[in-house]
Design a protein around this ligand. Structure first.
Ligand code: ADP
Length: 552
């Protein structure tokens, strides 16, 4: 019997600091450009960022006593200091827990206590949030305010408030990253918890490195050192879609938007920094496209690709990007629990003969999984459904960057013993492997025993020129169990009535999918991660009686 224990590859642990080491050693002059909270644009190179991350790690140990396994929170915008904290804290073996400032106060308190956060790194913008909440956060030892001495708030009521740049000064730049098991926790992000309490997802060094490699692949996000990447998706949403790892891994310049995500500010960065690729949820792109519509002299000559995910990308949005601005839209689907990338809609080889019209319909879907993600759709009895683009069922996934459990064992019903994670989404998969989300299972409308896809109706409705945003919810109906209500935000100062919108849908959806009524609102409720909150909307319309409601 041969002894295969010898002569093997090196056991090189996949630790996240190796990503920054590589960027610093081989792409050391590539830049991280940040819109700072204090105002001006800040520029630094990967080499400088690497030195500062080491100083932070060393100071975190010596000055704050942070050690492996401690959970350290951040509440910060996308910027160079936030990147330094990710690499510095993760690199020393502690865990970075990103807090979403858009959550309600009670949710923040619940999450910070549940995670047992020990220190909080906080941007100037969010200091008032913790001044108000700190008495409810007993595990937190102090707050590091992410600014320099000149901008430190003089009268902050935060306990043990430390100036970030002062802390960094105390650090040692010759600090050597420790080595430990790649399966060590390094990041934590809570799902926004539309039902029940938010649940903690814990990333490991190994999952983050593997996931970043998968994200960079040609048929995924296809990053290179020639890219200038603008992650509008915040670092506190779903592991920043991996961009804080995959960007430096590929040597791309990173353009960090800070606190300003309105259309004008994003456009300014896209233009000035010649951004080639950007990523965010659809609501952000609504703001940019509105700004561009109001400024017809402005185009997007540098932008090549835009990744749209987190919620379904409407056809009208994809059309404007592709046809008016020549920007390739990559529609992606993922979840916090999946690090987050699940599928992405790049064009696969072997489909060269597909007509332009068929490719357009395919591109609108959420795409195909890159290597490392296993995926299936099943019926209620866990029977696998065919990839025919018609059968829809529960979407289940498995892989090395997918949660095996929530922190402290919450929500165990979502995790099967055989490792398949039930995403809670309902979808189809076509014969080319492109997955399409029909709905979140809890938002699906059941009419006469059949399912109506709210997402599909919404996406068509926003294609109407006078519609800004649309949502479809199911309301109780005596005969059909549920029937759809279309809720619309129309463009300001425009007149459009419900019948006109129903006429617009006519012929584009099945007859029995036609909403029973149209309601107009000034704005739709959104969740902390920028999605339309169907839960809130259902509450708002709970007493609404459909015109067909008492006909029976
Ligand atoms: P949260 O649940 O905290 O809002 P996530 O980003 O983890 O944050 O949400 C994941 C869910 O978002 C998915 O399960 C799916 O329902 C929805 N989603 C993500 N991307 C898309 C997409 N491209 N199209 C439709 N739904 C999407």
């Amino acid at each position: 019997m041969s002894n295969l224990k010898h002569g093997l590859m090196q056991d090189w642990p996949l630790l996240v600091h190796t990503v920054l080491d590589h960027a610093s050693n081989w792409q050391g002059d590539r830049e991280v450009v940040s819109r700072s909270i204090e105002g001006p644009i800040h520029r630094c190179t990967y080499s400088q960022l690497s030195v500062r991350s080491k100083k932070l790690a060393s100071a975190a140990m010596s000055e704050l006593g942070i050690k492996q396994g401690d959970v350290i929170a951040t509440m910060a915008w996308n910027g160079y200091r936030h990147m330094e904290i990710w690499y510095g804290i993760m690199g020393l073996g502690a865990v970075v827990h990103t807090l979403n400032p858009r959550l309600f106060a009670e949710q923040l308190v619940y999450i910070a206590n549940h995670a047992e956060d020990q220190w909080v790194f906080v941007d100037l913008t969010f200091v008032p949030i913790f001044e108000a909440l700190q008495d409810k956060l007993p595990t937190v030892k102090g707050y590091i305010i992410m600014t320099d001495k000149a901008h430190m708030p003089a009268d902050t009521k935060l306990k043990n408030a430390i100036c970030y740049e002062d802390l960094l000064e105390a650090g040692n730049e010759t600090f050597q990253w420790p080595t430990f098991d790649e399966r060590t926790a390094c990041g934590m992000c809570y799902t926004s918890g539309t039902t029940g309490n938010p649940k903690g997802v814990v990333y490991t060094h190994r999952s983050n490195v593997l996931h970043a490699m998968a994200s960079c692949m040609g048929d995924a996000m296809s990053f290179s050192s020639r890219d200038n990447i603008l992650p509008v998706v915040p670092m506190f949403h779903a592991n920043a879609w991996s961009l804080a790892f995959s960007g430096p891994m590929s040597g791309a310049n990173m353009i960090m938007p800070g606190a300003q995500m309105d259309g004008a500010s994003i456009y300014e960065l896209l233009d000035a920094e010649k951004v080639s690729l950007t990523a965010a949820v659809p609501t952000v792109w609504l703001m940019l496209l509105q700004f561009l519509e109001e400024n017809p002299d402005k185009m997007l000559p540098h932008l090549e690709r835009v990744i749209i995910g987190g919620a379904a990308c409407p056809e009208s949005m994809m059309k404007i990007f592709e046809e008016k601005y020549g920007v390739n839209v990559l529609h992606a689907w993922g979840m916090t629990e999946m690090s987050p990338l699940g599928t992405i809609g790049s064009r696969r080889g072997g489909m060269e003969d597909m007509s332009a019209a068929d490719w357009w319909q395919t591109q609108l879907k959420q795409g195909r999984p890159p290597y490392s993600i296993e995926m299936k759709i099943t019926d209620e009895n866990d029977k696998i459904l065919p990839h025919d683009g018609k059968a829809f069922g529960r979407l289940k996934v498995r892989g090395p960057a997918i949660s095996s459990a929530y922190f402290k064992g919450d929500g165990s019903e979502n995790f099967a013993d055989d490792g398949w994670f039930d995403t809670g989404d309902v979808s189809t998969i076509d014969d080319n492997g492109y997955m399409q989300i029909t709905d979140r299972a809890k938002d699906v409308i059941k009419s006469g025993g059949e399912w109506i896809s709210s997402i599909e109706i919404e996406n068509i409705a926003v294609g109407h020129p006078l519609v800004v945003e649309a949502a479809v919810i199911g309301l109780p109906h005596p005969k059909w169990d549920e029937r759809p209500l279309l809720v619309i935000v129309k463009k300001p100062d425009c007149e459009v009535d419900g019948q006109e919108l129903l006429d617009f849908l006519q012929g584009k959806i099945a007859k029995w999918w036609m909403p029973d009524a149209v309601a107009f609102v000034d704005e739709l409720p959104h969740t902390a991660t920028g999605k339309i909150s169907k839960l809130t909307l259902r509450k708002t319309f709970k007493d609404y009686v459909l015109p067909t409601g008492d006909a029976g």
